[in-house]
Design a protein around this ligand. Structure first.
Ligand code: BGC
Length: 368
């Protein structure tokens, strides 16, 4: 019964439909194909006769690297884009990065997991990042000597990742942790960080950066200058006095930037300073002995907050070591460093656990 009715309908009303179909079937086929293409667009690239006709390049990150949140699917697309079969030449990044903010607020309490939640989508494992919209002008390895300052890692990463990203640098962050419980040897750790980072380079510049020094202005650009550059010029601990005008105007501590050629010329940092102090003064002298000069940005820009912490044991020998360092640098530094290292890629930085010898080791590279 129902069947008879349907057949009747098809014969009667269906006449118009059949006529319509005869005239417009190519339009219908085209619409079906278009619908199919749109459905496939979200699943992958649509290829017809070997040509990619539609590629899903939808991304949530539209205005530069840090805005918006992205999904796993878009991340996958970004990863593919980052490893193309051939290199797409991007325009060079502008000399003055467009997204700088000027004066910054320093957040002194933030956990690493909170920073990870914000930065993980844009920063690659091991703390690698580069701009996607232009070719970075500078490749920078940030080397942080470290031990026992867990609470300062979060604030450092929270501050430095967006800071370096706004400067459109191609960068990586390395934390070099001293293994064991001997006196801290900041300079050896900096040498280790440099030698390990070189293997992953090439880098144009190396920032030797304490974990507790946070720049207060992103107009303080982290690019290399023709001469070694001291970064931490006006610090909160010195009431922001310009270190060039202090009686102690050879201050080179906290944070500095050097090109590989600068560091090789002075044979790196001295290995013989155990405990707090002296190693940065020693570097100042090396720079002087090798006919280089220290450059600085004005203190209005080169301002730093120093996060407070427990003081370390002071190196009482430092003035004696300094006095004697006139010609020692070729025999004390990168060329005489012995170490072993274990490397771990963490989401926001590369962790290097360094065994650097002992302060009392007679076979160590102590040269007087
Ligand atoms: C130390 C340096 C330190 C400076 C400023 C000097 O006595 O030798 O290592 O950077 O004081 O605190």
């Amino acid at each position: 019964m129902i069947r008879d009715r349907l057949c009747g309908l098809w014969r009667g009303g269906g006449r118009t439909l059949r006529l319509w179909l005869r005239l417009y079937w190519p339009v219908l086929v085209l619409m079906l194909l278009l619908g199919l293409c749109l459905m496939l667009r979200d699943a992958g690239t649509v290829t017809i006769a070997g040509f990619a006709v539609l590629a899903p390049l939808t991304r949530t990150i539209q205005d530069g690297p840090h805005s918006g949140v992205t999904t796993e699917a878009t991340l996958e697309v970004m990863r593919e884009e980052r490893s193309p079969k051939y290199k797409v030449v991007l325009p060079g990044c502008p000399a003055t990065p467009p997204g700088l903010l000027g004066r910054l607020k320093v957040v002194e309490k933030v956990s690493v997991s909170d920073v990870e939640a914000r930065q993980r989508v844009v920063v690659r494992a091991g703390g690698r990042w580069w701009p996607e919209e232009c070719e970075a002008r500078w490749r920078l390895a940030v080397i942080v000597p470290y031990r026992d300052r867990q609470h300062q890692i979060g604030p450092f990463l929270n501050h430095m990742h967006p800071f370096l990203q706004r400067q459109q640098l191609n960068y990586s962050i390395y934390f070099v942790e001293q293994a064991g419980s001997d006196l801290f040897n900041r300079a050896r750790l900096l040498n280790v960080g440099f030698l390990e980072a070189v293997k992953e380079g090439p880098w144009d510049c190396y920032a030797f950066h304490d974990v507790d020094m946070l720049p207060e202005n992103d107009h303080h650009l982290y690019h290399c200058s023709p001469q070694p550059r001291h970064l931490a010029v006006a610090t909160s601990i010195n009431n922001y006095k310009d270190s060039a005008k202090l009686p102690y105007n050879t201050y080179f501590g906290g944070a500095c930037l050097m090109a590989e050629a600068h560091l090789r010329r002075v044979n790196g940092w001295s290995n013989i300073y155990w405990g707090w102090g002296g190693e940065d003064d020693d570097m100042w002298r090396r720079i002087k002995f090798t006919d280089m000069r220290v450059w600085r940005y004005p203190p209005r820009v080169a301002r730093y907050t120093m996060i407070r912490h427990r003081p370390q044991p002071v190196n009482e020998l430092r003035y004696r070591l300094l006095k004697r360092n006139t010609g020692r640098y070729p025999r004390d530094g990168l060329s005489t460093l012995n170490y072993t290292v274990t490397t771990t890629r963490l989401p926001l930085y590369t962790h290097l656990l360094a065994h650097i010898g002992a302060s009392t080791d007679p076979t160590g590279d102590i040269v007087h």
